[in-house]
Design a protein around this ligand. Structure first.
Ligand code: B3K
Ligand code: ZN
Length: 897
């Protein structure tokens, strides 16, 4: 890699663009061995700017011709390098004062050889694009930055027979046959809304579509079209329904109406991420569009709904109001994730959604925040922006917006969002503009709150309580701190919303009366803003010592430290009026027990199933068996132990084998102890009703399949038979795949054959469905039994594995290295070496996927000296290869010591 591309970009260096592009007129001619792009741009320059060189971004382009105001330039009038085209001293061409000029360039590209899947590329037989963040510069020379917003008109021409469908952003304007080429046709699309180049899209292919309409709140009829390969046309109903629900929800909850006459989604097989919100023409990974009961799990049904919503919501939070520069990425991503998570919660259960989101945040984002790539929600610098599409920008960014919503309350938050959209419609803005709109609309000062945008690291909130029976006062002593992160030390205190309640001995919430505050009488659930490093909250009028329910609903993305007794946790599990904290109490209880068992294990003591866990499970199982109205999704959460990934993340130094062993010991012990209850739960939740993807049915299946996994751990013949029966007779993929996972992970007698037979028959049944084959790869990659690495290596040779397809890479290599902790972290270091090998191969083909795949190796700090050494050795080996992509280089460079 050349030194020029090692450059770091800094937020502090941001300057507004010297030119704007009023109109962008593009003509694409697509062929099998190349594509030509003619771009006509109307530039304007602000009179005050002293810049007279026109420098445009461009990569991997063959430049054929350049014109300025219709005049063909000779090669000595411009300079090209790997990253740009520069026309120096425009005044020589245009005279001393120029306000606007026409630019035209003709370039050639090779979409068929584009394996990076950025810019214009081919996915199977279709052409498609991915431009965010900086892919447009691989299509033509341009000011490829989000603060340059232009009106686009796009004409696409291609062979009629192979590419009957030609799409781009906006509304269709005209179409026809290509003169002199009767086998070719063209279509022109015009997008009336100004947009940055990253929202440009083009698709050409032989596609079928599911069509529908939506009438907006103001009565406009919008055409809705989902384009897929003909074979998948029966798998689009769920995405269409999700789209219509999202459109209605955004009108009702945010007052946002759709603006174009048509909204299109196109599904492609080869895609670097989930989906992309291009204006009026969303491009989706097939895995986030297609859904049918027989081929798609409940988890994926929910993901389709969430991703469709997310991309649709971007039409306002991202497209109508976009980012000034890529440091502001969380402006659109954090806000949109917050919006989609509230949408999903409204479609199902708020508590369950919150539990899922917080578990993910604590496992994945906390790990990022504690590792070498830690960065703030608004980073200060980057080498490769693609590396910053992170859980911090997305999920922590969403938490920051959630905290604003909590501090403002629903009405003021809505007023803030209305003001933000009104004030900045058609603009490219900053996270500061977002916060300012929230402040202006609410009158609430968010001054100190802004530190959440600029400071990296997960804050720690430690709380100690004290009760004085004489004065009837209860005091919470609160301390906040935030660990140093790379390049950032001495953190300032944050404004942390702490939502809490106090429970009396009868389990009821007590009125919260703060000393000296007379306004609050009667409230039992309040949000306190922590702003000092040390603070006291003194409550008065308490007859006896309460039990605190702290950080209700996970009101801030922090690590909370409070010394709960086991009895307190059991009490909160049953009595807390906050559903999230009831779950959290159960997690804290289990974590404490796992810690103790790990110490027993390390000291060579015998392990015993803790009585408090037995009591907790007995309580939850009894209530679910006796009361049909309990929320089954919550029960499934309460009967699940924290994941290995979560336990690794929260450990000071993670003892992978110890965690795995203790967890397996508990699961097996509980399985035996509660066999008959699990059997009852399993039988009670079998249903022959037709498949439905509603929250209740999904909850019922999740509880049933959790029960099956416990039953299988007993090793009893009856359980194995139940799993086999479910596997072969399942009417939906959730049940079939759950049974397959049970069989594949079984340690029962004859398990080897069981496993092989189940995998073979599953593959035979589904080899024609690529997304199901992906699940078949995942199931083997995450198998917890010994030998999984060897199996994964063998599967790399399977006819259906394709290293050029990101879904396959994620399903096999990504799943093994990211989710199979016991396999990947094998103390031999073989897992680490395997990942480094694969990353080096991939880096030549698809740098974005290569650098993302490397993540598990960057978490070396969590492990003991031996593993750290082995992980570092692989990172150094990659670094020593030279010729790395910018993407991979940045991660390796920041992760090695
Ligand atoms: N905005 C896109 C992500 C683009 C990633 C580019 N490397 C999808 C989304 O967040 O909606
Ligand atoms: Zn997004």
């Amino acid at each position: 890699m050349k030194d020029a591309s090692l450059r770091t970009t800094y937020l502090k260096d941001y300057r507004p663009p010297p030119f704007t592009i009023e109109t962008t007129d593009l003509q694409f001619d697509l062929y099998e061995d190349h594509a030509t792009v003619v771009s006509r741009l109307l530039f304007k320059c602000d009179g005050g700017s002293s810049v007279t060189d026109l420098r445009l971004h461009g990569q991997l382009l063959t430049l054929e011709k350049v014109f300025i105001n219709g005049q063909l330039l000779s090669p000595d009038q411009y300079i090209t390098d790997d990253e740009s085209l520069t026309i120096p001293a425009l005044e020589n061409l245009l005279g001393a004062s120029f306000e606007e000029f026409q630019f035209e360039c003709h370039t050639r590209i090779e979409p068929q050889n584009n394996t990076a899947l950025e810019g214009l590329y081919k996915s199977k037989k279709m052409f498609c694009t991915q431009c965010e963040a900086e892919g447009f510069r691989r299509i033509t020379y341009y000011l490829d930055r989000p603060d340059v917003m232009s009106k686009f008109t796009t004409t696409v021409s291609a062979e009629k027979a192979k590419y009957p469908v030609l799409l781009s952003n906006g509304n269709k304007q005209a179409s026809g046959e290509v003169e002199g080429a009767p086998d070719r046709h063209w279509v022109t699309w015009e997008d009336p809304f100004k947009k940055p180049s990253y929202l440009f899209a083009l698709v050409a292919g032989d596609l079928a579509s599911l069509d529908d309409t939506f009438v907006t709140s103001s009565g406009r009829e919008i055409e809705l079209r989902i384009f897929v390969e003909e074979k998948d046309i029966d798998k689009c109903d769920h995405a269409m329904l999700s789209l219509k629900k999202s459109m209605r929800w955004d009108e009702e909850v945010y007052g946002r109406e759709y603006d174009l006459d048509i909204f299109m989604i196109v599904a492609v097989d080869d895609f670097n991420m989930g989906a992309m919100e291009n204006k009026g023409l969303n491009v989706f990974n097939t895995s986030c569009v297609l859904a049918s009961p027989k081929t798609t799990t409940d988890f994926s049904f929910q993901r389709v709904e969430a991703v469709v919503a997310h991309e649709y919501f971007h039409n306002w939070s991202g497209n109508r109001v976009t980012c000034r520069d890529w440091f502001q990425l969380s402006l659109k991503e954090g806000f949109t994730v917050y919006r989609d998570s509230e949408f999903s919660a409204d479609m199902g259960s708020h508590t369950v959604k919150r539990v899922e989101d917080v578990s993910f945040l604590q496992t994945v984002q906390f790990a990022e925040d504690g590792g070498p790539m830690a960065h703030s929600v608004r980073p200060d610098s980057y080498m490769e922006i693609s590396n910053f599409y992170t859980v911090t920008i997305y999920e922590k960014g969403a938490e920051v917006v959630r905290m604003i919503a909590l501090l403002l309350g629903p009405e003021k938050f809505r007023a803030g969002s209305d003001l933000y959209f009104e004030r900045h419609d058609g603009q490219a803005v900053t996270t500061e503009d977002f916060v300012k709109a929230m402040e202006d609309a609410s009158g609430i000062d968010l001054g100190q709150f802004r530190n959440w945008y600029s400071q990296a690291g997960t804050p720690v909130v430690s709380i100690r309580s004290e009760f004085d029976a004489d004065s009837k006062r209860y005091t919470l002593h609160v301390r906040q701190s935030c660990p140093d992160t790379p390049g950032q030390s001495d953190k300032k205190p944050l404004a942390i919303p702490l939502r809490l309640g106090l429970l009396g001995s009868d389990g009821k919430d007590l009125p919260l009366k703060l000393l000296g505050d007379d306004d609050s009488i009667g409230e039992t659930d309040r949000v306190f803003s922590l702003i000092e490093e040390e603070q006291r909250l003194v409550f008065e009028g308490l007859e006896s010592e309460p039990i605190p329910s702290l950080l209700r609903g996970f009101s801030a993305p922090v690590r909370l430290q409070y010394d709960y007794s086991r009895a307190d946790l059991l009490f909160l599990m049953v009595n807390d009026s906050d559903g999230f904290n009831r779950w959290n109490a159960s997690q804290l209880l289990t974590i404490g027990l796992i810690d103790e068992l790990q110490s027993d294990l390390a000291a060579g003591r015998d392990l015993a199933l803790p009585q408090s866990l037995i009591d907790a499970y007995a309580g939850v199982l009894d209530s679910t068996l006796s009361d049909a109205s309990v929320d089954k999704a919550m029960v499934a959460q309460l009967l699940s132990l924290p994941t290995v990934g979560f336990l690794i993340e929260r450990a000071e130094v993670a003892d992978v084998e110890g965690i795995h062993l203790v967890r397996e010991f508990l699961l097996n012990g509980l399985a035996v102890m509660f066999y008959s209850s699990f059997l009852d739960v399993y039988m009670d939740n079998i249903s022959d009703a037709e498949y439905a993807a509603d929250a209740e049915s999904i909850a019922r299946r999740s509880l049933k399949n959790l029960a099956l996994s416990y039953l299988m751990r007993s090793g009893k013949d009856e359980a194995v038979k139940a799993a086999q029966k479910q596997f072969s007779q399942a009417s939906n993929m959730t049940d079939q795949l759950s049974a397959l996972r049970c069989l594949v992970n079984s340690g029962a007698p004859g398990a080897v054959e069981l496993k092989r037979d189940a995998l073979d028959s599953f593959y035979k049944q589904w080899s024609h469905e690529p997304l199901v084959v992906d699940q078949w790869f995942v199931t083997q990659a995450v198998c917890q039994l010994p030998g999984s690495l060897a199996q994964v290596k063998q599967l790399l040779e399977h006819a259906d594995f394709d290293i050029r397809n990101p879904n396959k890479v994620r399903s096999l290599i990504g799943a093994f290295c990211g989710q199979n902790h016991i396999g990947f972290h094998d103390v031999s270091g073989d897992g680490y070496e395997f990942l480094a090998d694969q990353v080096l191969i991939l880096d030549k083909l698809n740098p974005q996927i290569a650098s993302r795949l490397l993540t598990p190796l960057t978490r070396w700090r969590k492990f003991g000296a031996k593993r750290q050494g082995l992980m570092q050795a692989q990172l150094r080996r990659i670094k020593a290869q030279g010729e790395l992509s910018k993407d991979l280089y940045e991660i390796v460079e920041k992760s090695t010591i």
